[in-house]
Write a protein that binds this ligand. Structure first.
Ligand SMILES: [Zn+2]
Length: 284
C-alpha cells in the first residue's frame, strides 16, 4: 500500500489494486473515507488509524455502496458510519448479491454493515470543517466529502480516468453533478480509482457520458484496458431499460436481471439485448 500526504491533515492510502481511501486527521475526529475490500485491507492501514490523543474518535464515511468501497465497514460496526440514505438502502437491497458475485475479491471475512448515520442532501461536521454532499450520477447514492480546511474534495467513483462506470440510469443527473463540480472551490480532487485528478478529466468524463446518453458511436480502441468498462456501461443501460419497464423498477428487479446476465464486462451488447427480451417477459 502507498501512503501519500497530499494536504496538511490528509493522507491518501492506495492499495495494490489502485483503489484509494482518504484519511483526514481532524481536531476531535479522524475521518476515513471508504473502507476497501474487507478486514485484511483495514489491518494494512491500522497503524494510520491508531487513536492518537485521548478521546480522539474515528468516523467512517461511505462515498457510495459499491462493494469495492464498503466491505471493510464490518471492522467499524461500533463506529459512526456516515452515508447517504440511499447508500444504506442500496446496500441492504443488493449488497448480498454483490458479495456473492464478487466473492473472490473479499479480503478477510466480510459482513455487510450499512451506514448508521444517514442524510439526504448535506451533512456538515461544523467544528471539523468537513461537509458531505449528495452528488448522484455514478450511482444513485453517490456523495462527495469536502475538507474545507485543506480544500480537498474526495469524489469516490464520480470521476475516473479515462471513463467512469455508469451504474445509474439518469445520465442528465450525472452530467449536472459533474458540471457543478467544475465550479467547486476545492484545490485538490481525489478519485477513488484514479488518485489525484483534474477538472480537465471531469470535462472528458462529461463528454463521454453525453456520448453514451446520445447513443453516439464511441471508438473503444483508445480506451485501452477500459474497453470492457465501456461495454459494461452499454450493457447496464440495456438492463436498466428492461427493469424500468417494471412499475416498481427497483434494485430487487435489477438484481434479478443481473443474476442472469453474467459479467457485463464481457457481454456483447447486441447479444445481450436479444437475451433481455426474454428477461423482460419473465419480469412482467
Ligand atoms: Zn463505484
Amino acid at each position: 500500500m502507498r501512503v501519500e500526504r497530499i494536504a496538511d491533515r490528509g493522507h491518501l492510502l492506495t492499495f495494490d489494486d489502485e483503489i484509494s481511501l482518504y484519511l483526514i486527521s481532524g481536531k476531535m475526529f479522524d475521518l476515513l473515507c471508504d473502507t476497501h475490500l474487507g478486514p485484511v485491507s483495514i489491518e494494512e492501514i491500522n497503524s494510520y488509524l491508531k487513536i492518537k490523543p485521548e478521546n480522539h474518535r474515528l468516523l467512517i464515511f461511505n462515498s457510495h455502496s459499491d462493494w469495492d468501497h464498503i466491505w471493510g465497514n464490518c471492522v467499524f460496526r461500533d463506529h459512526i458510519i456516515i452515508g447517504h440514505e440511499m447508500c444504506r438502502q442500496r446496500m441492504n437491497e443488493r449488497g448480498a448479491f454483490d458479495l456473492i458475485q464478487n466473492a473472490a475479491q473479499k479480503r478477510g471475512d466480510v459482513e455487510l454493515i450499512p451506514p448508521n448515520l444517514t442524510f439526504s442532501d448535506e451533512l456538515t461536521l461544523e467544528d471539523e470543517g468537513i461537509r458531505f454532499t449528495y452528488a448522484p450520477g455514478h450511482t444513485v447514492d453517490s456523495t462527495v466529502c469536502y475538507d474545507m480546511t485543506d480544500e480537498v474534495l474526495y469524489l469516490g467513483d464520480l470521476v475516473e480516468d479515462p471513463i467512469p462506470y455508469l451504474d445509474a440510469y439518469d445520465l442528465d443527473q450525472y452530467i449536472d453533478t459533474l458540471t457543478s463540480l467544475l465550479d467547486h472551490p476545492a484545490r485538490i480532487l481525489i478519485s477513488a480509482h484514479s488518485g489525484l485528478v483534474t477538472r480537465d478529466l471531469i470535462k472528458e468524463n462529461i463528454a463521454y457520458i453525453r456520448a453514451v446518453r446520445d447513443e453516439t458511436l464511441i471508438d473503444s480502441a483508445h480506451l485501452g484496458s477500459y474497453g470492457p468498462v465501456h461495454r459494461w456501461n452499454l450493457n447496464m443501460r440495456l438492463i436498466h431499460e428492461v427493469v424500468r419497464q417494471e412499475k416498481s423498477g427497483r434494485n430487487s428487479e435489477l438484481v434479478k436481471v443481473l443474476m442472469d446476465a453474467g459479467d457485463l464486462h464481457d457481454q456483447d451488447p447486441v447479444q445481450l439485448k436479444s437475451r433481455l427480451l426474454g428477461f423482460a417477459s419473465r419480469l412482467s
